[in-house]
Ligand binder design. Structure first.
Ligand code: NDP
Length: 509
């Protein structure tokens, strides 16, 4: 089936030129909008069950908009409880009759095919992702889509080597996996979930976030193109309660969720006491720690990438910067200068650094937390850039004078907002960094290798980056401690999460 309808590109207003603290720079960027004429978005999408797009029963749908323009992109079906049952039944049938019976080498062929099609259609995916999520095209083009393809390539390689991946174990697929994903990396989270599940021999039902279902439905087209057997991949859309119906369905054997800690806890309660295996990837409040021997210019780029990448809507965002007191002043000055060069605006413009916040609701949450920072006495800095008239935009922001008890230092903002704090000794940095209910990621900037090792082992974070930030690779496991969830995605760990790994001789083989 074809998914095409001409998209529209609004030329970027000339007023999106840079300003710096010292005044306006003497030149402007010309608009560089990505073409959208190779993309077609259907006016309406049905649920993808058994390799067919079907209307929900009873028929119901909801609107999906472009957060940068607030214009409607499409309507998508709103699944009912009966639709959840249909999707699970299709996945169960496909598991029992085809997918679990295929040799790993055959499953691998399908995964390689998906990876290659994603690469071939990468421009189309990047544009749709940007239009639907608000993220800058240079990120969807250079990060989201290539990484999604890389995950399918990586897990394709494991599909026929499960026995080697887990020595002295008898790896067996689990059955039907229910996968619920958020709106910040819609295609990439889909790949993180679907690739290992299929490689391990499971079938899936994916529920994308209600604001960002379009690349998932475009992926359904890839499933058809790759000729996967019907029912192996099913995609349904609907509100959170439909996600919960999926989680609770008795025929589901595995649940994988990425999203808020609040919903993660509800899901943990819902599967408690059942046979279902669960992976939770939840929120974060990462510390990015800069020591006085760090290469400061390099650290600035890491700090910027850490918190303003994807508008800060990143679970592992480096939202708390800890600067050693002796470099606080020069670091802050460089940071403010660099912040003032970020281009905020049309996500489809290839020069845009910070795009649109994903929804009006998320923008309101960011605004509320920023107001709390001001009310609690922190000092706000925002560059003097002009925001587009329409769409959900927010200036890249940093706060100084932040104390550990401020809400902006404790709560996940999920927006382009950095809290700057200071420390004197490594011990103080560790104590402050760990003073959060979360434990997903952290960053350390220092020239000393021994200090890196000390910090990495002392910080309660699933991923610690040294002299870099927000680096992802399909071979590396990702996941958290404490309220950031449990289980790992990526690497062999991510494969194990979709397998029963009974010791040799105990699985009846
Ligand atoms: P949610 O956790 O509500 O949404 C994530 C996914 O879960 C979506 O597909 C959502 O569906 C679904 N969902 C919502 N409620 C339920 C439920 N009761 N049972 C099963 N599934 C459910 O995140 P929000 O979009 O509401 O964002 C709120 C905050 O969560 C953000 O501000 C941010 O702090 C954090 N967050 C963290 C993410 C991360 O990667 N760790 C990702 C997204 C958000 P639907 O879209 O239909 O509501």
């Amino acid at each position: 089936m074809t998914l095409t309808k001409k998209g529209e590109t609004k030329p970027a207003p000339a007023s999106w030129g840079l300003t710096t603290r010292g005044g306006k720079v003497p030149w402007e960027y010309a608009p560089a909008p990505e073409a959208t004429d190779h993309v077609e978005i259907q006016s309406e999408y049905g649920l993808f069950i058994d390799n067919e797009f079907r209307p929900s029963r009873p028929r119901a749908s909801f609107e999906v908009i472009n957060p940068a323009t607030e214009e409607r992109l499409a309507r998508v079906a709103r699944a009912s409880k009966a639709d959840v049952n249909r999707a699970v039944t299709a996945a169960r049938r496909a598991y029992d009759t085809t997918w679990s019976r295929l040799p790993g080498s055959e499953r691998a062929k399908y995964l390689y095919r998906i990876a290659r099609i994603l690469q071939e259609r990468s421009r189309e995916f990047a544009v749709v992702e940007t239009m639907n999520s608000g993220k800058p095209i240079k990120e969807s083009r250079d990060v989201d889509v290539p990484l999604a393809a890389a995950h399918f390539f990586y897990y394709a390689g494991w599909a026929d080597k499960l026995d080697y991946a887990f020595p002295n174990r008898e790896p067996r697929s689990l059955g039907v996996a229910a996968q619920i994903i958020p709106w910040n990396f819609p295609l990439l989270m889909l790949a993180w979930k679907i690739a290992p599940a299929l490689a391990a021999g499971n079938t899936v039902i994916l529920k994308p976030a209600s604001t960002t279902p379009l690349t998932a439905y475009l992926f359904a087209d890839v499933v058809l193109q790759a000729e996967l057997p019907p029912g192996v991949v099913n995609i349904i859309t609907g509100p959170g309660e439909i996600g919960m119906e999926l989680v609770k369905h008795p025929q589901v054997d595995k649940v994988a969720f990425t999203g808020s800690t609040q919903v993660g806890k509800m899901i943990a309660r819902a599967v408690a006491g059942s046979h279902k295996k669960l992976t939770l990837e939840l929120g974060g409040k990462a510390a990015n720690i800069v020591f006085d021997d760090a290469p400061l210019d390099q650290a600035i780029e890491g700090i910027i990438n850490g918190i303003y990448f994807n508008q800060g809507e990143v679970c592992c965002a480096g939202s708390r910067l800890f600067a050693q007191e002796s470099v606080y002043e020069p670091l802050l000055e460089k940071l403010k200068d660099r912040l003032s060069t970020l281009r905020v605006g049309d996500p489809l413009d290839k020069n845009t650094d910070v795009g649109a916040i994903n929804s009006a609701g998320q923008l309101a949450k960011v605004e509320e937390l920023v107001q709390s920072g001001i009310a609690e006495g922190a000092e706000i800095f925002q560059p003097d850039c002009q925001l587009p008239d329409r769409g959900f935009f927010f200036r890249p922001t940093l706060f100084t004078g932040v104390s550990q008890s401020h809400r902006i230092a404790q709560e996940e903002i999920f927006g382009p907002v950095l809290s700057v704090l200071t420390f004197r000794t490594p011990e103080e940095a560790i104590e402050k960094a760990n003073n959060t209910p979360y434990g997903l990621s952290a960053g350390v900037w220092t020239e000393k290798g021994s200090r890196i090792f000390k910090m990495v082992s002392a910080m309660r974070a699933g991923v610690v980056w040294a002299n870099t930030f927000n680096r992802f690779d399909p071979t590396s496991p990702f996941g958290g401690y404490k309220e950031s969830g449990y289980g790992r995605e990526g690497g062999i760990h991510g494969l194990g999460a979709y397998l029963d790994l009974a010791p040799n001789g105990t699985n009846g083989r």
